[in-house]
Design a protein around this ligand. Structure first.
Ligand code: NAD
Ligand code: IPM
Ligand code: MN
Length: 359
């Protein structure tokens, strides 16, 4: 198939992990006879430096006409002055809003070979398989902000329609899994959470085959550590989802492993690892590229409908996680490129075996 993929490497380790993910996409194209046209555009701090804006109009237009968008990370100390007028992160938020990608899927599983890296005991990590569905275009991230000399506000606003569409997405996804949805809110305190809970309960009536439970976010933060295997699909608002998924990443062994897919109504999705620009290791070739590579697998699955190819990439990554080489965050000594080369070799083996099988 033919596809146009826009890449937005961004800042810090963003370009390092994006280059690895693009190399994997190019290998998939070569092995499975697809034609992917990959086009790179600036976003974030690098875009501020070169154009003055974190999301230049040309970048946005390219994303809006692409089949899929793959992003590295944005931000870093250079642009983090609290008094700064414009910030890299604004570019990412504006892009998510403009693409209408309201459902951010963040899958979490724990590879047995990495269980020792998790702060939890092995037996707690057995069978952990959670799909977080984070609402991505509403809440405190997008409400009105005010700032005076001695006070500041961030309005947290949700409409019924915003809650309903992400809840439907979560229930539909649960149908293809273990049919259990956990909705996380703070309905004992927040009005937005009370609307959230009432709306999710109403949506649940259309999915009688899926069970629904509610958890308050503070207790959910604890339950994720004490009983992670209990959860199937976890749906929550923007800010809670941001925090809980970084916590969840610790169970997998490293923040550098978790991918994400941000989806709206159309096929064009935004794919990014959940980690940031990691300024502490940027430019040293040390970044773990697997979260970005797994995001490319999600791109193949959700935007291009290439399930077999997505599974081949995931299998190649699993093989490298198991046998190495591993980056430092996973207890190894390898750099980004060595891990990428191992993924490419595993992918090639997979494609060769498949060709032999079908010939
Ligand atoms: P971070 O995710 O960048 O880093 C947290 C820690 O995890 C660091 O120690 C880092 O070295 C490590 N880490 C992250 N990704 C890794 C990888 N692939 N391989 C190995 N180690 C990895 O979070 P932070 O330091 O709080 O934020 C830095 C900047 O990134 C901030 O400007 C923030 O706004 C931005 N950020 C951007 C995104 C995004 O673009 N989607 C996401 C999160 C944070
Ligand atoms: C993420 C990041 C972003 C978020 C920031 C960089 C705006 O932390 O993708 O998880 O909070 O959504
Ligand atoms: Mn985050």
């Amino acid at each position: 198939m033919k596809a146009r993929i826009v890449t937005l490497p961004g800042d810090g380790i963003g370009p390092e992990v994006t280059a690895a993910a693009v190399a994997v996409l190019n290998a998939v194209a070569a092995h499975y006879e697809h034609a992917f046209a990959v086009e790179e555009h600036p976003i974030g701090g690098i875009a501020i430096d070169t154009t003055g804006e974190p999301l230049p109009a040309t970048t946005l237009a390219a994303c809006q006409s692409a089949d899929a968008v793959l992003l590295g990370a944005v931000g870093g100390p250079k642009w983090s002055d609290p008094a700064a007028k414009v910030r890299p992160e604004q570019g990412l938020l504006a892009l998510r809003a403009a693409l209408g990608v309201y459902a951010n899927l963040r899958p979490l599983s724990v590879h047995p070979a990495l269980a020792a890296l998790s702060p939890l005991k092995d037996e707690k990590l057995k069978d952990v398989d959670v799909l977080f569905v984070r609402e991505l275009t509403g809440g405190a991230y997008f409400g009105t902000k005010t700032r005076s000399a001695d006070a500041a506000t961030d309005e947290c606003r949700y409409t019924v329609a915003e809650i309903e569409r992400v809840a439907r997405r979560a229930f539909a996804l649960a149908r293809g899994r273990r049919k259990h949805v956990t909705s996380v809110d703070k309905a004992n305190v927040l009005e937005t959470s009370r609307l959230w809970r009432a709306t999710v309960m109403r949506v649940a009536a259309d999915y009688p085959d899926v069970t629904l439970e509610h958890q308050l976010v503070d207790s959910m933060a604890m339950l994720l550590l004490t009983q992670p295997a209990r959860y199937d699909v976890v749906v929550t608002e923007n800010l809670f989802g941001d925090i809980l998924t970084d916590e969840a990443a610790a169970l997998a062994g490293s923040l550098g492993l978790l991918p994400s897919a941000s989806l709206g109504e159309g096929n064009c999705g935004l794919y990014e690892p959940i980690h940031g620009s990691a300024p502490d290791i940027a430019g040293q070739g040390l970044a773990n590229p697997l979260g970005a590579i797994l995001s490319a697998a999600l791109l193949l699955r959700h935007s291009l409908g290439l399930e077999g190819e997505a599974q081949a990439v995931e299998a190649a990554v699993a093989q490298v996680v198991e046998h190495g080489p591993r980056t430092r965050d996973l207890g190894g000594t390898a750099g980004t490129d060595a891990v990428l080369q191992a993924v490419l070799t595993a992918l090639e083996d997979h494609a060769t075996t498949r060709r032999a099988f079908f010939s």
